[in-house]
Structure formats: C-alpha cells, structure tokens
Design a protein around this ligand. Sequence first.
Ligand SMILES: [Zn+2]
Ligand SMILES: [Zn+2]
Length: 245
Amino acid sequence: MGVISSLKGLFYPPKCVICGNILPFDTKTSFCPDCAAELSKAIGRKCPDCGLYSNACKCVLPVLRAEGFLFHVKLFGYNANHRSSPANRLVYRMKSSQKSALYSSLADMLAPSLSAEIAAQCAALSLAPLITFVPRSRDSVSKYGFDQAELLAKALAKKLSIPFAAAVKRKHLSDAQMKLLTASGRFSAGADAFEPIRGCGAGCGVVLIIVDDVLTSGASAYWTAKAASLLGVRHFAAVSVAQTY
Ligand SMILES: [Zn+2]
Ligand SMILES: [Zn+2]
C-alpha cells in the first residue's frame, strides 16, 4: 500500500458497502465480516430446478429461454418481504449508491461464473460477447442521477475485458402513456417501453449479455432483448445480482 493510500485510509477508513461499518484494517473485500457471512448464507440457497447453489445456477426462466437466452448468471435468491436480509440491503444499496467499490465487488463475485459460460457458449456459436444493461426509467435515473444496472454492466465489462455498449433505450413516452404502462403491471406492458440504439455494435454476430440488478418476472430483460432483436441479435444471456423467488 502506498503512502498516499495509507494516509487516505487513516482519514477516510474504508467502510462496508452494505452496513457502513468501518472495515478491518487491510481488508481485501468491500464487505465487513458479518455482512460477508450473511451474504454467503444468501448464496447458499439452492436452485429448485438444477439443485446448485444460486451463484452456480445458470437456469433461465422459460419465457427468456424461448426468446434465445442461453444462460442466466446470478448471485442470490431475493425475497422482497425479507426486508432486512443482506441480499435486500445490497440491492437497495445499489439503487442509492454509485460507489465504484460496490460495483467492482459485485463484478468480482459474478465474474467467474460469467466468464466460464461465455467461454463455453459463445465459442460454441462462434459469436462474440457484448455486455449491455436494462435501462432504468427516466424518473429513477433523474431521481438518483445514475443507472445501477449500467454501472454493474460497465464494471463487469472492465473486469472481463469484454466490450460494453448501450444497446437499448427507453422510449420517450407521454406522462399518460407512462402511467398506463407502469400501473398495469402486466408482462406485456414493456412492449412499448424500449427501442434499439442503431449503430451500437450489437447485431447478429454477438451474444448480447443483458445486466440488471434484480430479475423478477423477466419482463424487463425480455423486452430489452426484443428491442435488440430489431438490430439482428438472436442470442442473449442474463446477469443479475439477485433473482426473486
Ligand atoms: Zn457490513
Ligand atoms: Zn438452477
């Protein structure tokens, strides 16, 4: 550790990105020991379909499988009712924090499984991976000033040295249209929400890896893929920090 970073550590000691407690001296992760232990318990949940721990499970929701999704890499199961669980606190933290330590820790945790899938599946199809994200609504971007899925997608792209591109954007909708869309809560409501970004580099030669913070019904990933398919993309993959159960 250099003199400057030692001094910086003295005046601004690194804090756990989940609970905010000061981290033990010279710690290598961004989580305190308590939060790290809680997180590994959350990861310890097994997928009912494949029987693997959630951070090893690659199962794809049937609705996404049918659309050309090859795999879905995730860290843990998420239950919105367990408010104080570490997984929920981490997901909530992502909405309000753009700390690079948070996103690079999450990228570290997702990277091994993701790079193994990319090596196997993209090579088998002779396609190149391209990382993108499910864009937030304009309201939530303007509220927090950043897009957490975009930050995670960029951290993963950097970690794995894979190209990143914004492939899809939210359509400009009138307030009335937007209200109808969000109030309906239907899976099909997303059909009018996204449009492709021409010239972004996504096309028939890529597997488009769609990053989101939480995957629930799969609707956002599905409609992001649908919009990207207008650019010629036929194969997709999903990455999320959590998946609801
Ligand atoms: Zn903590
Ligand atoms: Zn599974």
